[in-house]
Design a protein around this ligand. Sequence first.
Ligand code: FAD
Length: 363
Amino acid sequence: MRAMGGAMLRLWRHPLLAPLNDAYAWERIGRLLRGDFSLTGVRATVVAVEQHQPDLKSIWLRPNRRFRGFLPGQHVALELTVIGVQQTRCFSCSQAPRADGLIRLTIKRQPGGAVSTAAHRLEVGQAVGLSQAQGHFTPPPGDQPLLLISAGSGVTPMLAIVQELAEAASSRSVALIHCGNGGNGIACADELRSLAERWPGLQLHLYDSSASGRLRSEQIAACVPDWQQRYAMVCGPEGFMAMVRQHYAERPKQLQQEHFGYAAAPVSDDAPLHTVRLGQPEQVFTAAAGQSLLDAARAAGMQPRYGCGKGICRSCQCRKRSGSVRNLLTGAISGNGEELIQLCISTPLSALQLDAQATGAAR
Ligand SMILES: Cc1cc2nc3c(=O)[nH]c(=O)nc-3n(C[C@H](O)[C@H](O)[C@H](O)COP(=O)(O)OP(=O)(O)OC[C@H]3O[C@@H](n4cnc5c(N)ncnc54)[C@H](O)[C@@H]3O)c2cc1C
């Protein structure tokens, strides 16, 4: 009897039967049959691709039934396999929610950028990984007039916000200043013009910086004289956002910002250094106190898995085995034991031992 039990156990553990008790294997088999299959997560199929400019494309996606929808202004994390490594980046939904459930992502290809370049190569019928919608870049409820200020691909959340209000024939007033470089055409200008024609609530100011120079603070007031009465939302390159922040220096609560870029935070030269040991086989790098573990790993030439770079999407989540970190957003200090941390918002307070799980290099 015992011999038979042992034989059954050996049979059950046979590699050929592994899929029967391995959820990951079921996931892979399911995906061979249907690209958007997932037992646990959101996946989506590319149903159309639109080329707006040489470096700007929209990808239309049909998410599977696990997707719970989004609010205009929110983003999703798109997961693609780039040279064998899973990479995740956030993209704002550039279309208001639709009855057919399709999502549009409008993606600017960055020179040398891993995911934006791979996204530009996507074809109809291919499947991709997605997160649930994330983020709080949504207009406050009510009818306070809005001032939306964007540049380049920063227009994407604005498109969704304006489109939703236009479709609802809202009585809310929206002024949109959108800047672009006329050499490449202003991103999504035609779509914005047609929204302004359809919906009188939209006061559209397209600004061509190749003809008029970069938008300056005083031009915001010139374009939209009642800007002080409006709740403002801004999205664009970091220098542009800094100019708008400066404009609102005395009214910071009136301005909401969405940062697309990921920029390493400066670290002082005399900050203490800590050793970080990662995964098995072990990789070792140094991180300064005050520096995020993500910045430190990237600076050491590693390819950590990350998404938003600001603690929202959890793509860079990783298990800490030992050592203490400080959360750069909240200031909270961890214990020395095991816990999940996010590389992009954790800075070391001591030597650290991390699992390799979250890093592309070791996946
Ligand atoms: C909330 C949010 C919403 C967003 N929405 C949109 C959107 O709607 N549309 C959109 O187009 N983008 C959006 N982004 C930006 C997007 O997530 C990506 O950051 C962007 O597409 C670049 O990703 P990538 O993988 O192509 O580039 P990455 O590979 O991350 O590289 C970015 C840049 O850094 C350079 N670089 C990479 N590695 C190195 C290195 N080791 N040394 C030096 N330079 C290096 C690359 O050449 C490239 O120019 C959003 C970002 C956030 C956070």
